[in-house]
Ligand binder design. Structure first.
Ligand code: MF3
Ligand code: CO
Length: 250
């Protein structure tokens, strides 16, 4: 594996541009989530929104992934494949994971949406998952170590009784969607690499109401919780600086 890249001023500008475009795609697509829409409709619209910004959907054909958006409902953790016959229902929680490439630079972000009225457990799960990301951000600064972020996210969720997915992790990002380092969301024994200004990272807690165990399905993509409990996902592309991190996709 190649090492962790430090982005130049110019590259950071391009990462900022990609992040802003992705944020806007998320805001627009999030508004379309409603009972009756199919996950394929969301994918089609997502692809259109991405292409309108002169960007390329990074997920499409990535290792054979057949769509531009991952739409993961309820016990689906990540990588739900959009389908015409998969219809969003009132009470669902729906994760949209979207990536785009603009002028050669990538951005990757995920949001989990509540559809209409959802259970109290479901909305608490969504909230804690987002909060865990921001807990991680408190440690995302040059001079700290990578696993300070992992520990902060992990303990935040574990202390509240949630299961942290361990089989999938966040990642460095830049010209490639997946660059070094891998970024676990659960407590680590080792410190991990030293964080330096100019690193760009995709931090993405995947949190379950039950255990953190997951199943990978035969379609080659869909990942669900092993115990059938609900799962939420929240992800942003960030820039490490000497002070507070810049959250590029928010
Ligand atoms: N956010 C996910 C990731 O970091 C999205 C990848 S989906 C794929 O891996 F289809 F592109 F693989
Ligand atoms: Co990612």
């Amino acid at each position: 594996m190649t090492g962790v890249t430090i982005k130049s001023k110019r590259e950071i500008e391009l990462m900022r541009d990609a992040g802003k475009l992705l944020r806007d795609v998320h805001l627009r697509l999030g508004e379309e989530i409603a009972p009756g829409i199919s996950t394929l409709d969301l994918d089609r619209l997502g692809e259109e929104l991405i292409r309108k910004t002169d960007s390329i959907p990074s997920f499409l054909n990535y290792e054979g992934y057949p769509a531009s958006v991952c739409v993961s409902i309820n016990d689906e953790v990540v990588h739900g494949i959009p389908k015409a016959n998969r219809i969003i229902q009132e009470g669902d929680i729906v994760s949209l994971d979207i990536g785009l490439i603009h002028n050669g630079f990538q951005s990757d972000a995920a949001r989990t949406h509540a559809v209409g009225q959802v259970s109290e457990e479901a909305s608490a799960l969504i909230k804690v998952t987002e909060e865990s990301f921001f807990e991680g951000m408190k440690y995302a600064t040059a001079g700290n170590h990578l696993h300070d972020i992992s520990n902060a996210i992990g303990y935040y969720c574990i202390d509240r009784g949630y299961g942290v997915v361990r089989d999938l992790v966040g990642h460095g990002i830049g010209r490639e969607m997946h660059e070094a380092p891998q970024i676990p969301n659960f407590p680590q024994k080792r410190k991990g690499i030293l964080l330096c200004a100019g690193m760009t990272l995709a931090i993405e807690p995947m949190i379950n109401i039950g255990t953190g165990d997951v199943i990978f399905h035969d379609d080659g993509w869909t990942c669900t919780t092993a115990d059938g409990s609900l799962s939420a996902h929240y992800e942003n592309t960030i820039l490490i600086t000497d002070g507070e991190p810049e959250i590029l996709s928010l």
